[in-house]
Design a protein around this ligand. Structure first.
Ligand SMILES: CC(C)(COP(=O)(O)OP(=O)(O)OC[C@H]1O[C@@H](n2cnc3c(N)ncnc32)[C@H](O)[C@@H]1OP(=O)(O)O)[C@@H](O)C(=O)NCCC(=O)NCCS
Length: 153
């Protein structure tokens, strides 16, 4: 398994992976526009045969970041790929002076809650009826970095 920056050549596979992971998937156009932004970290995971098995996106504004997307192919779940991709995204965004990371997650998404909890995220709020298809509340999770790595010598 390898994690690397996404390119335009990955977008067909990213869109397929997105559709098999979310009921309201992002469009190809959205992913394409994110590839061009300098405050966005867009990474993909591929297996040993070069097949895309996951994608993840985090962006930041000043010292706050948002984990915007994380999706692992159904056949590749439960093998540590999501955790590895998340770790890469967090480590890379920390280098930009980010001090805290937020994300929203469906209340019922037990796999995601376990993953985020294992990395130190804590619930700090709720957004009522945030999701559609099906309608559901979001839990807002926050992770504080202990050290500002961008200022480490
Ligand atoms: C949530 C998701 C990204 C996890 O990816 P993954 O590769 O399966 O996760 P990992 O194998 O790295 O497991 C990470 C942790 O999640 C837990 N986990 C994984 N699958 C689980 C499941 N089906 N039920 C409960 N916990 C689960 C594991 O216990 C693991 O914790 P551990 O390391 O303490 O054992 C993946 O299930 C997914 O893409 N889901 C659909 C899209 C989605 O919900 N994205 C998140 C939106 S906020």
């Amino acid at each position: 398994m390898k994690i690397r920056p996404a390119t335009t050549a990955d977008l067909d596979a990213v869109v397929r992976n997105e559709s098999s992971s979310f009921s309201t998937p992002w469009s190809r156009h959205t992913f394409l526009s994110l590839l061009a932004r300098h405050t966005v970290i867009f990474r993909v995971a591929e297996d040993d045969e070069g097949e895309l098995i996951g994608h993840g996106i985090i962006w930041w504004v000043f010292d706050e970041a948002e984990l915007a997307n994380l999706a692992i192919a159904p056949s590749a779940r439960g093998k540590g790929v999501g955790g590895s991709l998340l770790d890469v995204l967090l480590a890379e965004v920390a280098l930009h002076g980010v001090l805290r990371v937020f994300l929203e997650v469906r209340k019922s998404n037990e796999a995601a809650h376990r993953l985020y909890r294992s990395r130190g995220f804590e619930a700090v709020g709720e957004r009522r009826n945030y999701y559609v298809n099906p309608r559901e509340d979001a839990i807002v999770l926050q992770l504080d970095f202990d050290v500002d790595l961008s200022r480490a010598s």
